[in-house]
Design a protein around this ligand. Structure first.
Ligand code: ADP
Ligand code: ASP
Ligand code: MG
Length: 814
C-alpha cells in the first residue's frame, strides 16, 4: 500500500485533477493506493477571507461565497459533463451549510478559532468529494472516506494535536476491511474527541498523509506538489535553486521548520521511527526525480543541503543587569509565553546572561510584550530589567545540513557573504547539533540574502554582478556592447555572470530585475520611463540586488555627488567621470572611507589615461611596498594632437580648430588647453600615491597668453589665438632650434605636482609620442633608473569602455 498526497495546485483545476487521476491510475496498477487531497488551490484562503468579511459585517462575504461555489461547480462540470443528480445534491447541500455558517458569522459578528475550523474544513471535504465522484464515473474502484472520522485530536482549534492512540486504531480498523483499489480522503481536517471539527494547521494535508502512512506502516509516502522536490532554497525567490536528491529526516525537518513550505513541518515525525521514506514529487512533471527523505545522513557534494527562511518574525529582547546570576528568569519568561500559547521560533542568550533574545510571529508581538512586561512588572519598577524591546518585520534565514558539523568555516562564509552585501544580522543561533545555523535579518533583505547565500554555497562559485549604468552616450553604448559580447566568456572562464539591470541617461531610465536582454537593449531603452538621478538611485536601492554596481558614464556633477549614497548602501561605484576624485581632498577621502566601511569598491581607472592601467599600476606599486620617487606623464590626448600637428607651416588657431573638429577636445577647448584637465589627472595620481593635495596646490604655468585665458567665449578665445599666433610660433621655433618636441607634461615629485608645456629632447621616451597616445613614467625605489612605463591610446570610446569593463570585472573578482 502507498499513500499519496496531492496539494492545492495539483487539484487546482479540472486539467490538473486529470493529471492527478493519471498518476493514481499508474500507481494503482499493482498496489492499493490511499490518496489524500488538499482543498482546490486558494480555497482555504478564500474561505477565511469570506469569514473575515462576514465577521466585519461586510456583505461582500456573499460575493466571496458565490465565487467559492462557482469554482467548485465549474470544476465538477469540466470533469463530468453530465454529473449525477446525487453528486449535485451533495455539493448543493454542503455549500448550503457553508452559506448558513457564513450567515451565522455575519449575524453574531464573531469568528472564533472553533468556527474558523468548521469554515475551512469545507475546502478539503468538497475537493475530495469531487475527485472521488469523477474517478467513480471513470470506472475506478474508488472509495471516499472522511478523515474527520479517522483522525482524533484535542480541541486546540486551528492547530490541533493528534491523539495517535485513538487515531492509529481507527485508521487500522477502517483499512483492514477496505477493499477498494483507491481510497480518497480529505487532508487537513479532523475532529476532537468531543466531536468538534478541528484542523491540523495550515499546510496540514501533508501531515494527514503522514499520519495514515505511519498508522498502516506503508512502504512509501509520496507528497505530490507543484515543484520537483525540496529545493536548495525557495525557488520562487531564487531562480538558480535546484531540487535536492536526498535528505535525511533531520534535514527535512529543519528546512521545513525554517520555512520550506513544500513540506509541513510535523509531517516527518510520524514516519521517522518507522523509517518510511517520503518522496516529494511534481504532479506537473512526474518524470522528474524529486526528493527522497530517509533516515540516513546523506553524503553530498554540498555541505550545506538547503537554505530556508521564515518571514514575519518579531525579535523580543529581555535585558537588564538584574538578570545576572539569578536563576528562574528564563523559566518565568518562557512560562508566560507558553501560557499565552505563543510559539517561540528562535532563542539566543548572551553568555553574560545579560539578555535573552527570542523570535516569535509578528502577530504575537504585542500580546507577548504585554504579558512579559506584566510578569516582570516588579523587576522593571526596580530597574533591574528593562521593559521588553520589540523589533518587527524580520526574517530568520537558516542554513541546514547534517554534515555542517564536520566542516569548519561555514558560519564564517555565511556571515561574510551577508556582510559583503550590507545585510545587517540582528541575531544568530546555532544548534548544538550543528545541523542548522540561523540568522535574523530584516525582511526587506531576505531575497538578497537567499540569493547571495545560494550563490556562495551552491552555484559552483558563479558570481552574479548586477550593473546599473547611467550615461548611454558613445562610451556607455560601447560598454554595453562589450558586456554583451563577453557575457558567455566571463561566465565560463571567470565564473562571472554580468547582467545589466538598469540603464539611464538624463531623460530616460529602464530596469529589468532579471537583466536587460542585451540583444535588444536599444529597443528596451526606447520605451523607458522618465528618469532622474535620485529616481535611478532609489530604484537601485529598492531592487536590493547582491553585488550591485553603479557605473557613471556621464560628466555630470550631480551624478558624481550621489556616489556617496550608493556606497553607503554597499553599491559599488565605477566612475568614468573625474569630478569626484578631483574635487576637494576631503570629498575624495570620504568616498574612499565609505568604500572601505561599506565593503563597496569605488573604482575609477578611466579617470587617467582612459583604458590604460595607470591607477591600477600605481595602486599595485604602493600596495606592494614600493616608493614612488616621481611620476612624469603626458596625459592629454588633445594637447598631444595639437602639438603634434602644429608647426611653422600650420597656424595654431587652425590646429586647435582641427583638433576640436576631430573630436579630440572638449566642446570648450580652453578646458584642455588651459591644462586644467591634465592638472586634475596628476592630482588624482598624487592622491592615489597617498598625498593630501588640492587642485590649487598644483603649479600650472600656462603656455596660453593672458588674452587667451581671459577670453569670454569660445569664439572670443579662437579670435585671440589668431591675434597671438606670433606667441605660439615663438614656442615652436625655440623647440625646433633646440631639436626638441613640444609636449604638455604633468609631473609629480616629492609631494609636489606641476603641469606645463615642455621642450622634450630627442631620445626622451616622450619625444616620439604620437596621435592621442598617453604615457606615464613611474620612477620608484624598485624602478630607479629605467622607469616603469605605461603607454598607449589614452582616449576614445572603445578603450574608455574597456577600462570601465575592467573595473567591473575587478569588482567581480574581489
Ligand atoms: P502544496 O499545495 O502542494 O502543498 P505548497 O504551496 O504548500 O504546495 O508548497 C509548495 C511550494 O513551496 C512551492 O511552490 C514553493 O513556492 C514553496 N517552497 C518554499 N521553499 C521551498 C523549497 N525549499 N523547496 C521547494 N519549494 C519551496
Ligand atoms: N488547504 C489547507 C491550507 O491551505 C491545507 C493544505 O493544503 O495542506 O493550508
Ligand atoms: Mg503544502
Amino acid at each position: 500500500m502507498k499513500v499519496l498526497k496531492f496539494g492545492g495546485t495539483s487539484v487546482g483545476s479540472s486539467q490538473n485533477i486529470q493529471k492527478v487521476i493519471a498518476i493514481l491510475d499508474e500507481k494503482s496498477i499493482d498496489d492499493n493506493v490511499i490518496c489524500v487531497v488538499s482543498a482546490i488551490g486558494g480555497i482555504t484562503d478564500k474561505l477565511l477571507n469570506a469569514g473575515q468579511l462576514a465577521k466585519n459585517k461586510d456583505k461582500g462575504y456573499e460575493t466571496a461565497f458565490n465565487t467559492i461555489k462557482t469554482i467548485h461547480f465549474d470544476t465538477l462540470n469540466a470533469l463530468l459533463p453530465q454529473p449525477s443528480k446525487a453528486i449535485i445534491t451533495t455539493l448543493e447541500n454542503s455549500l448550503q451549510q457553508l452559506k448558513e455558517l457564513l450567515n451565522g458569522i455575519f449575524l453574531i459578528n464573531e469568528l472564533s478559532p472553533k468556527t474558523s475550523d468548521k469554515l475551512v474544513s469545507f475546502g478539503e471535504c468538497l475537493s475530495s468529494t469531487i475527485i472521488a465522484e469523477t474517478m467513480k464515473n471513470k470506472g475506478y474502484n474508488v472509495a471516499l472516506k472522511n478523515s474527520q472520522e479517522l483522525i482524533t485530536t484535542d480541541d486546540n482549534f486551528t492547530r490541533a494535536q493528534v491523539n495517535f492512540e485513538v487515531t492509529n486504531k481507527a485508521i487500522k480498523s477502517y483499512f483492514v476491511n477496505a477493499d477498494q483499489t483507491i481510497t480518497i480522503l480529505p487532508g487537513f481536517v479532523s475532529k476532537s474527541s468531543s466531536g468538534e471539527q478541528t484542523t491540523l494547521g495550515r499546510g496540514g494535508s501533508d501531515f494527514t498523509a503522514s499520519i495514515i502512512a505511519a498508522a498502516l506502516q506503508v512502504s512509501q509516502l509520496e507528497i505530490w506538489t507543484d515543484v520537483s522536490g525540496m529545493y536548495t532554497t525557495n525557488p520562487k525567490l531564487v531562480k538558480q535553486a535546484f531540487p535536492i536528491d536526498n535528505l535525511s529526516y533531520q534535514e527535512a525537518m529543519e528546512l521545513s521548520h525554517f520555512g520550506a513550505k513544500v513540506l509541513y513541518p510535523p509531517t516527518v515525525q510520524p514516519v521517522l521511527d518507522l523509517d518510511i521514506p517520503i518522496h516529494i514529487k511534481n504532479t506537473f512533471d512526474p518524470e522528474a526525480k524529486g526528493t527522497i527523505i530517509t533516515k540516513q545522513e546523506q553524503q553530498s557534494k554540498h555541505t550545506v543541503k538547503g537554505i530556508s527562511n521564515i518571514n514575519n518574525i518579531a525579535l523580543l529582547t529581555l535585558e537588564g543587569s538584574g538578570m545576572i546570576g539569578i536563576p528562574g528568569f528564563s523559566k518565568r519568561l518562557f512560562e508566560v509565553l507558553a501560557t499565552e500559547k505563543i510559539n517561540v521560533i528562535f532563542i539566543t542568550q548572551a553568555s553574560s546572561e545579560h539578555s535573552i533574545c527570542f523570535g516569535i510571529d509578528n502577530a504575537d508581538a504585542e500580546r507577548a510584550k504585554k504579558a512579559i512586561d506584566t510578569t516582570f512588572d516588579y523587576e522593571i519598577s526596580l530597574h533591574k530589567i528593562n521593559p521588553i524591546a520589540v523589533e518587527k518585520d524580520l526574517s530568520i534565514i537558516a542554513l541546514v545540513g547534517d554534515n555542517m558539523k564536520s566542516h569548519q568555516g561555514i558560519s564564517g562564509k555565511m556571515f561574510s557573504t551577508l556582510g559583503k552585501n550590507n545585510i545587517n544580522i540582528r541575531a544568530i543561533a546555532q544548534g548544538a547539533s550543528e545541523k542548522n545555523i540561523s540568522a535574523v535579518v530584516s525582511e526587506k533583505d531576505v531575497k538578497k540574502a537567499l540569493n547571495a547565500l545560494h550563490e556562495r554555497f551552491f552555484e559552483s562559485n558563479t558570481k552574479q554582478l548586477n550593473v546599473f549604468i547611467t550615461g548611454v552616450g558613445n562610451v556607455g553604448e560601447k560598454l554595453i556592447e562589450q558586456i554583451k559580447q563577453q557575457h558567455s566568456f566571463l561566465k565560463k572562464n571567470l565564473k562571472l555572470d554580468v547582467r545589466i539591470v538598469g540603464l539611464s541617461n538624463s531623460r530616460k531610465m529602464v530596469f529589468k530585475p532579471n537583466g536587460i536582454d542585451l540583444k535588444n537593449w536599444a529597443a528596451t531603452f526606447h520605451h523607458a520611463e522618465k528618469s532622474s538621478i535620485e529616481g535611478f538611485y532609489n530604484k537601485v536601492v529598492q531592487l536590493n540586488l547582491r553585488n550591485s554596481i553603479f557605473v557613471d558614464v556621464t560628466a555630470n556633477e550631480d551624478v558624481a555627488n550621489i556616489y556617496e549614497k550608493y556606497l553607503r548602501h554597499s553599491v559599488a561605484v565605477v566612475a568614468c567621470s573625474k569630478i569626484a576624485c578631483s574635487s576637494t581632498f576631503s570629498n575624495y577621502k570620504k568616498l574612499q572611507d565609505l568604500a572601505l566601511k561599506y565593503n563597496a569598491p569605488f573604482l575609477y581607472e578611466t579617470n587617467v589615461g582612459a583604458g590604460l592601467p595607470i591607477i591600477n599600476t600605481l595602486n599595485n606599486l604602493v600596495a606592494s611596498g614600493d616608493k614612488v620617487i616621481s611620476i612624469q606623464a603626458v596625459l592629454s590626448g588633445s594637447l598631444n594632437f595639437v602639438f603634434n600637428n602644429f608647426s611653422d607651416k600650420k597656424n595654431f588657431h587652425d590646429t586647435v580648430k582641427q583638433a576640436q573638429f576631430e573630436g579630440y577636445t572638449e566642446p570648450d577647448p580652453r578646458i584642455d588647453l588651459s591644462g586644467i584637465d591634465v592638472a586634475r589627472k596628476i592630482l588624482i595620481l598624487a592622491r592615489e600615491n597617498g598625498i593630501k593635495m588640492e587642485i590649487e596646490d598644483i603649479e600650472n604655468k600656462s603656455f596660453l597668453t593672458k588674452q587667451n585665458l581671459e577670453s569670454n567665449s569660445v569664439d572670443d578665445f579662437y579670435d585671440t589665438l589668431i591675434k597671438d599666433e606670433a606667441h605660439f610660433q615663438k614656442l615652436y621655433a625655440s623647440a625646433k632650434a633646440n631639436h626638441c618636441q613640444l609636449k604638455y607634461v604633468a609631473e609629480y615629485k616629492n609631494g609636489k605636482a606641476k603641469v606645463g608645456l615642455q621642450e622634450i629632447p630627442e631620445g626622451h621616451p616622450f619625444y616620439n609620442l604620437e596621435g592621442k597616445d598617453n604615457i606615464v613614467m613611474f620612477h620608484t625605489q624598485r624602478y630607479p633608473e629605467q622607469p616603469l612605463i605605461v603607454k598607449g591610446a589614452g582616449a576614445g570610446a572603445d578603450v574608455t569602455a574597456s577600462g570601465l569593463f575592467a573595473d567591473i570585472i575587478k569588482i567581480g573578482n574581489i
